[in-house]
Structures are given as structure tokens and as C-alpha cells.
Design a protein around this ligand. Structure first.
Ligand code: URP
Ligand code: ZN
Ligand code: ZN
Ligand code: ZN
Length: 468
């Protein structure tokens, strides 16, 4: 924490609610006050550090509610550590990540959580929190959920996919939802029918269909929609709220939209890869398609318009990255000759704020909606608001000075994520992070990293603020 005063002067302050030309006064790591730029109040302020934000946006630091640093998967680990991943996050204007701790099979939630604390402690450049992946729902892990919720880990991911690894059956999912319904927790689901998908994988491989594009073909939109329908109705039976992660198929979104129209407390997240990439990428020749293998898979381009619409109509509330990078060399290559062995996941923690700003430039969403889906809404969804996700008196001074006119070309040659390719290689976007403050302390200053591992602290979270 810094006890000095910092003044961010002359920018357009954008939150989910407002756009105002205001100066922002920071004291002790928090926002102390905002005042109209040029007003007597603002002109009277003095500070040790002044950040000139004229002709720039002043926005809350991004909240990426879905990352996987150092995640074990298929005999390897996602290639960003908490150190490299949170540094890259800062470069991209994200100042909070929520990563997924994993309950070991046969172990407790507490053991999983402890292991993730060990990975992250002292390593992070920006603040972090945890969700809990439940891979073994039983009487004792169900009881343990209560303690996690009251201890600041208030959301639990359950899978209808990955049989033998993460999959829970419908009864287990129902029990976890019932428990969350009574303790205030939020169940998150990975909704794809994994048992049916595994049959299609086996049949495809038997036909000699081994290329990355077949990953997209076997993980059918219908099987995402079916699982989405199922978890929505299970949550309705349990009387619990539900958050569906990485929605990619328009048919799955339609299930969420229907449920929301019925008044059910169900929420949805999508990710930049589903908004900007498609099965055209999966079909790139020479095994290049492996770079875009993730689950749920990228879909044919036609799905993108439905996702943008869902973001505009608030049938989808959050865009997070599902950042889970694997290097092309040595990691993605594990699936040469068998697409089912390609580690699932893509990088993106550094790109999300810029890609969504490009969506503003392209006219898909407005500026305040950009901040809502990338900062405010994830903070509210996961019990971090208004400490995170906005710029208001009392909020943590996680502030990004953003140049909406700068041009950049995304590339593995210039990004800071620890992965040897960019899914957005060569993509030209308008807008760029200039300066990033985390609790008032510069982490990026004028496009230079000035942070350090260990500045980022662990954030115990409250309850979902939409579910109540
Ligand atoms: O392909 C993905 N999404 N990898 C990360 C794990 C998950 O299911 O979110
Ligand atoms: Zn998932
Ligand atoms: Zn994920
Ligand atoms: Zn520090």
C-alpha cells in the first residue's frame, strides 16, 4: 500500500455507470475522491505523483474471472505461472484474476486450495482470488463447501465434461447446487455432454479423423446446449443460482436466455476466442489448428453474432478469458496424429481488454458496456464489488490509463504471456494500455513494467451480488 497521494488528471473516467471528465485522487491505495476536471475542487488537489491522462480513458482495472495458471492437464501444465501470467495480465490492463484451485481426486477442497495458495503466494504482480473446482463431490466435500464460502472462496466449478477427470454426475451436481443454495455459494458449470462427446471422439479417431478441426466437430453445439439445459433445470430444482462458463454455442445461449426470461437467476460468460475466432482457425493447415483447441470449442462464425447480441441484452454478463496457455512446440504437439491428446486451452489474459475495446470501435458494444462486462459485472458476480471493478470513493485504486487512439498489432513477438504463439497473431487493434495502477502503485508506467512479484495480494471474496 502506498501512503502517498496520486492524482490521475484530465482523462475521461469510464465506469459501467458513467463517463465523466474527472480528476481522480488516490490516497492510501484507494480512490479518495473524484471531481470534475478543471473544477475548483480538483484544481486545489495536490499530490506527490501526477499521472497525465489527457486525451486518454481512465478505466477500472480489468477483472478476469476465469484463468488457469500452472494448471495440470493431460500430463503437462499450462505454461504461464502466477508470476508470468499476472505480469502479462497487468500489461493488458487486468488487475484482478480469479483462478481455479482444483480439488485432487480423493482429496479435500482444502488440500486443493492450499496447493493453489502455494503456487500464487508471493508471485503475483496483481491481486488474485480463487474459485474451487470440485472433482470429487461426496458427503465430506459437500460439507466443506460451507467453510470455503465463509472463508472467501464462494464459487465452485462442476463439470458435465471430461469423464474420469472432472465429470460429476447429475446427482452430484444437484447436491452441490443444493448446498450452494443454502450457503450462498455460486455453482459454475462447464456444460458439455462429455460422455456423448467421448463416444464421438472414439468414432472419429476410428475413421482416421485425427486433425485439430475434428475437435470442433465432435464437441457439438447441440451437446453444449443439452448440457446447458440440464444444468439450468437442475439449478431450478435446487433453488440455486447458476453461472455457466465459456458459453460458445448460440443454442446454449438460447437455453440461458429462455431461463432468464422465465426469471431464473442464471448467468453466463463468454470469452474472446468465441467472439473473435472460429472453426476457420481450427481448420488451419499443418496442425496450426491446434493453437485454437479449447473446450467448449470455437464455433462456426455464425455463432458470433448471437454472442454479441447476448452481451448487449445482458443474457451474457461477463467476458473472461479462460486463459489456459500451452506452447505450440512440445505441448500442443502432444496431439499430433490424435486431436484428443491436444491440451485444451488458449492464452488471452493480456488481450481481453484490448479485444473488447476493439469491439467498441467495431460497434458491437458501447464504452460503458465494455467496462461492465470486463470489470464491474465480474466483480459483482464474484463478490468483489465495489472494492474492484469500478472507480469510486473507497474502491481500490486499480486504475488503467488507456489510450483509445493508439494502434497495435497483436503478436507472440511482443506479448508478455509465457507462450510461443498468439491466437491473434497479426491482428490490428485500436487502443492500448499506457499505465496501470494496482492499489495506487504503478505496475505498468508509460508502457514499461515497473511492478514486482508479491505486490499482488490474495482477495477473499464475498457472495455473488446478482443472486440475492
Ligand atoms: O479448454 C479449456 N477451456 N481449458 C481449461 C479448462 C476448462 O475447462 O475451463
Ligand atoms: Zn471448462
Ligand atoms: Zn477454464
Ligand atoms: Zn508492492
Amino acid at each position: 500500500m502506498s501512503s502517498i497521494r496520486t492524482l490521475v488528471r484530465g482523462g475521461l473516467v469510464i465506469t459501467a455507470a458513467d463517463e465523466i471528465h474527472a480528476d481522480v485522487l488516490i490516497e492510501n491505495g484507494r480512490v479518495a475522491a473524484l471531481a470534475a476536471h478543471g473544477s475548483e475542487t480538483a484544481n486545489a488537489w495536490t499530490a506527490e505523483h501526477v499521472v497525465d491522462a489527457s486525451r486518454k480513458y481512465v478505466i477500472p482495472g480489468g477483472v478476469d474471472a476465469h484463468t488457469h495458471m500452472e494448471m495440470p492437464f493431460g500430463g503437462t501444465f499450462s505454461s504461464d505461472t502466477f508470476e508470468t501470467g499476472t505480469r502479462a495480465a497487468a500489461w493488458g490492463g487486468t488487475t484482478t484474476i480469479i483462478d481455479f484451485a482444483i480439488q485432487p481426486k480423493g482429496g479435500t477442497l482444502g488440500e486443493g486450495l492450499e496447493a493453489w495458495h502455494e503456487k500464487a503466494d508471493g508471485k503475483c504482480s496483481v491481486d488474485y482470488a480463487f474459485h474451487m473446482i470440485m472433482s470429487d463431490v461426496n458427503a465430506s466435500s459437500l460439507r466443506e463447501m460451507d467453510r470455503l464460502v465463509s472463508g472467501g472462496v464462494s464459487s465452485f466449478k462442476l463439470f458435465t465434461a471430461y469423464p474420469g477427470v472432472f465429470l460429476s454426475d447429475d446427482g452430484q451436481i444437484l447436491r452441490a447446487m443444493q448446498r450452494a443454495g443454502s450457503n450462498g455459494g455460486l455453482v459454475m458449470t462447464h456444460a458439455e455432454n462429455g460422455l456423448a462427446i467421448d463416444v464421438l471422439v472414439e468414432q472419429a479417431l476410428a475413421r482416421g479423423e485425427t486433425d485439430p478441426r475434428h475437435h470442433g466437430e465432435v464437441r457439438k453445439a447441440l451437446l453444449e446446449a443439452e448440457a446447458t439445459h440440464r444444468v439450468v433445470r437442475l439449478s431450478q430444482v435446487a433453488g440455486a443460482p447458476l453461472y455457466v462458463v465459456h458459453v460458445s454455442a448460440q443454442e446454449a445461449l438460447a437455453e440461458l436466455t429462455r431461463a432468464r426470461d422465465e426469471g431464473l437467476p442464471v448467468f453466463g460468460e463468454t470469452c474472446p476466442q468465441y467472439l473473435f475466432l472460429s472453426t476457420d482457425n481450427l481448420a488451419e493447415p499443418g496442425f496450426e489448428g491446434a493453437k485454437y483447441v479449447c473446450s467448449t470449442p470455437v464455433r462456426p462464425k455464425e455463432h458470433q453474432a448471437a454472442l454479441w447480441r447476448g452481451l448487449r441484452t445482458d443474457d451474457l454478463q461477463v467476458v473472461s478469458t479462460d486463459h489456459c496457455p500451452f506452447c505450440f512446440k512440445g505441448q500442443k504437439e502432444m496431439g499430433l496424429g490424435d486431436f484428443s491428446r491436444i491440451p485444451n486451452g488458449m492464452p488471452g489474459v493480456e488481450n481481453r481488454m484490448d479485444l473488447l475495446h476493439q469491439a467498441v470501435v467495431d460497434g458491437h458494444i458501447g464504452r460503458r458496456r465494455w467496462i461492465e462486462i470486463a470489470c464491474a459485472s465480474p466483480a459483482r458476480m464474484f463478490g468483489l464489488y465495489p472494492q474492484k471493478g469500478t472507480i469510486a470513493p473507497g474502491s481500490d485504486a486499480d486504475i488503467v490509463v488507456y489510450d483509445p487512439h493508439a494502434e497495435q498489432i497483436m503478436s507472440a513477438g511482443t506479448h508478455h504471456m509465457n507462450v510461443d504463439y498468439s491466437p491473434y497473431e497479426g491482428k490490428r487493434v485500436t487502443g492500448r494500455v499506457e499505465t496501470v495502477l494496482s492499489r495506487g502503485v504503478p505496475v505498468i508506467r508509460d508502457r514499461e513494467y515497473v511492478g514486482h512479484p508479491g505486490h499482488g495480494g490474495y482477495l477473499p471474496r464475498g457472495l455473488c451480488q446478482y443472486a440475492g
